[in-house]
Structure formats: structure tokens, C-alpha cells
Design a protein around this ligand. Structure first.
Ligand SMILES: Cc1ncc(COP(=O)(O)O)c(C=O)c1O
Length: 422
């Protein structure tokens, strides 16, 4: 007998909310007070200190702190200095923030399919390369690293840049190497993931030329003291926005940086416990993690065998929510507005005013994103549900999540009666 779902008037598994996603407290108050009392809250010593600490923690030469992950990914593209109409290969199952900078830079996203790691399938990346390809963006979705060896090999062979989008994957590791250190220049978001100040982002690179262009790009192309153009006459040297952050954000990031390893250990513990405890449910399969990789579980994602259930992924997630477990349905996975190429900003053909630019630039026919398809990802991601991992999740919370997943799965499990399913 399965339990009556809360959705149908049964008792919910859980009534109280989960704990906080971050530990903001006395240290942050003290650090912020110090900055305010200093009388100088602009970009200053705290931001510089954070940049040094973040770079050192990754063993990378340069970090640039910036105001969002979207801006960080814009810096990565701007650093490469592409020409209008240049192509950038990327997964369509990611935040718009992965490509907004590329579009503002008049580049053309080219979408490659994913596999059951929910990250780029290198074979399809290879198939999407053209003479206009300038870079690949490797998005480590939910915290799961891309196949970096394969993507690096492709990038080197075609002499194009490899950029990492680590916004969801702080301190994840591909075969023992931390993300953000394998691409040529790589972006992070601090808007609410593992390391967070409620806003912010960063770029990491070992490459002097890319660092130089990126740091100037985030700061309106001005020659600042100690920057790459220090000493030059005051002027805007190329077209660039102001994406700077200030020392209040820098101070919070510094205190949080000391806590982030603890957050990650707890997220991994919770995610691995949940996966182990639902492993007997054949209708749900977790996002595949390559052996030897470290997933840092901003989100724990599963795929449903909907052919063996009497519900779709949205109904499944809704039933979990009614049980008191905040769960999301398909992550940008609906067939309508799902993958980025179905989002109105791409699917409606006019991006700037009434023009088709940059999708027609140097092309006989403009690119029409309504015609794009990535069949594996579409089949996979519309069957997804996901749960955000919090460092505060203890064994009782984990037990509730497992109980709810089991309850909902058993309820919707198809039963076979005399050869007929119900
Ligand atoms: C993969 C990915 N890239 C980029 C971004 C953009 O980051 P932000 O929201 O800080 O602009 C996000 C944010 O959710 C993200 O998940």
C-alpha cells in the first residue's frame, strides 16, 4: 500500500522549512562594520585581498572580482576579443547568464548536445565546429564537471579558446583538477551558489594577455593604478562596461571563502546519502558523475523513467513540493521555453531593434534558433527533477527527502495487471 500523497489530501512528509543555504552571521557583520568604519566602501583592499585569496585557493595566477556570473562570462568572451558573428559552442541547458555576454559581444551561440552527465557531449561539440568557431564554453552543470580532457583536445586541435562556466560548480574537480583552472579563462557567480555574497562573480586565468583585456573590460577600459595600462593617459581604451564590485561585497566574500569548504563537504554528504538511499528505485537515475570526478552539488539532479510512471516530471516535482520538499521540475527542460534556443531572446529572431544582427552577419541566411534541436538533451532534460542541496541538511532532513522521493515514486509507479499497465 502506498501512502496517500499530500497532493491528494494525505499528511505531508515534512512541515518545517529547511535551514539556511549559507551561514551569514557575526563574522560578516564585523567585516562589513570594519569596511563602513574605514570611510571607504569603494573597490579597494578587500576586493584585492579576495582576488589574491581566490586565485591562491585555485593555484591560478589572476582572479578578477566582478559584479555577477553573467558579467564574469562576459569578461571571458571579451578577453578573447572575438569578431562580430564569431561562433561560441555551448550547451543549451544552462542559465542565460552563460551566453548573455557573448550575445552582447555580437557573437553567435552554437548549441551542442549533452549526455547523461548533463554537460557537453564532446562528439557533438566536434561536429559543431566551423571556420567561425572562436571558443567553447564548458558549463559544469549543477556542480558536475564537463569532460575537460576531451574538450581541451578539441580546442587545441582547432586552435580555439576553451572557457569554463563554473558558476554552479565551485571547487568541483575533473579527475583531481579543480574547475576554473583548465580553461583559458573561466567565470564564477557569487549570486547564491556555494560561495555567495548575494551578488558578485569572478574570473580566473593564468594567461597574461587574457587577464589584461578582461580586467580592463570589467572597468570601462580605463588605465588604473597597478593595472595593465597604468601610466597611460586617462582615456577609455576600448568599449567596455563597468562591472566593478565594492569592498562591502569583497569583505563578505572573504569571510565566506573561509566557510566554503565546509558548505561543500556537507552538500556532497547530503547528495551522496540521498542517492544511496533511493538507489533501489529503478524509475529515477541521478546525473552521472564520471569516476574520479568531484561533483559539488549546487543541485542534486535526477532523470525519471517517465515511461514507467503515471506522471511527468513537473507532476513529480509538484508532488514533492506538496510533501514539503522544495524540488524543481525540468531545469530549463520544457519543450516550449526549455533549452536556451527555445527562449524568446533567441527564438524571436530580432535581437537588436528590427535587425537580425548578429545572426545574419557575414551569412547568406540568418541563423534561426527555432530550427535548432539537441535531441539527446531534449529527451533527457524534460524528464528531470532536482533538489537544491543546503549545508544545513542533517540526517533528519535527508531522511525526509528520501521518504518523500520514495512516497511519490511508489505512488506514480505503473503497475502491471494482466498485461495492462495502470
Ligand atoms: C551556469 C550559470 N552561468 C551563469 C550564471 C549567471 O550568474 P549570475 O546570476 O551571478 O549573473 C548562472 C547563474 O545562475 C549560472 O547558473
Amino acid at each position: 500500500m502506498d501512502e496517500k500523497l499530500a497532493l491528494h489530501g494525505g499528511t505531508p512528509v515534512r512541515n518545517q522549512p529547511f535551514g539556511p543555504s549559507h551561514d551569514f552571521g557575526d563574522e560578516e557583520i564585523a567585516a562589513l562594520t570594519e569596511v563602513v568604519r574605514s570611510g571607504s566602501i569603494g573597490k579597494g583592499s578587500r576586493v584585492a585581498q579576495f582576488e589574491r585569496a581566490f586565485a591562491a585557493k585555485h593555484g591560478v595566477k589572476h582572479a578578477i572580482a566582478i559584479n555577477s556570473g553573467t558579467s564574469a562570462m562576459h569578461l571571458c568572451v571579451a578577453a578573447v576579443n572575438p569578431d562580430p558573428g564569431d561562433e561560441i559552442i555551448v550547451t543549451p541547458w544552462t542559465s542565460g547568464g552563460s551566453i548573455i555576454g557573448a550575445l552582447l559581444h555580437n557573437c553567435v551561440p552554437v548549441f551542442a548536445d549533452i549526455d547523461d552527465t548533463y554537460t557537453l557531449d564532446p562528439k557533438d561539440v566536434e561536429a559543431k565546429i566551423t571556420p567561425r568557431t572562436r571558443a567553447i564554453i564548458a558549463v559544469h552543470l549543477f556542480g558536475n564537471p564537463c569532460n575537460m580532457a576531451a574538450l581541451r583536445e578539441i580546442a587545441n586541435r582547432h586552435k580555439i579558446f576553451l572557457l569554463e562556466d563554473c558558476c554552479q560548480a565551485h571547487f568541483a574537480e575533473y579527475q583531481g583538477q579543480v574547475v576554473g583552472t583548465m580553461g583559458d579563462i573561466n567565470g564564477f557567480s557569487f549570486g547564491g551558489k556555494h560561495l555567495s555574497a548575494g551578488m558578485g562573480g569572478a574570473v580566473l586565468t593564468n594567461h597574461e594577455g587574457l587577464w589584461e583585456r578582461a580586467i580592463l573590460f570589467g572597468d570601462t577600459g580605463l588605465p588604473r593604478a597597478n593595472g595593465p595600462y597604468a601610466g597611460r593617459p586617462y582615456a577609455n581604451y576600448f568599449l567596455a562596461p563597468n562591472y566593478r564590485i565594492n569592498d562591502l561585497i569583497g569583505a563578505v566574500l572573504l569571510t565566506q571563502l573561509a566557510k566554503v569548504d565546509g558548505y561543500i563537504a556537507k552538500k556532497i554528504y547530503a547528495a551522496e546519502q540521498i542517492q544511496a538511499q533511493v538507489a533501489d528505485l529503478e524509475e529515477i537515475t541521478p546525473q552521472r558523475v564520471r569516476s574520479g570526478d568531484r561533483h559539488t552539488y549546487w543541485v542534486l539532479g535526477f532523470t525519471l523513467a517517465t515511461d514507467r510512471l503515471t506522471c511527468n516530471a513537473w507532476e513529480f516535482a509538484n508532488a514533492l513540493n506538496k510533501e514539503g520538499i522544495p524540488a524543481g521540475g525540468p531545469y530549463i527542460g520544457s519543450s516550449k521555453e526549455g533549452p536556451l534556443y527555445r527562449n524568446p531572446f533567441l527564438a524571436e529572431p530580432n535581437m537588436y531593434g528590427h535587425s537580425r544582427f548578429p545572426f545574419d552577419y557575414g551569412r547568406d541566411k540568418p541563423i534561426d534558433y527555432r530550427l535548432v534541436e539537441c535531441p539527446n538533451g531534449e529527451a533527457l532534460m524534460q524528464r528531470g527533477f532536482n533538489i537544491q542541496m543546503h549545508p544545513s541538511m542533517d540526517d533528519e532532513d535527508i531522511a525526509d527527502i528520501v521518504h518523500a522521493i520514495r512516497k511519490v515514486t511508489l505512488h506514480y509507479r505503473q503497475r502491471v495487471h494482466n498485461g495492462h499497465t495502470s
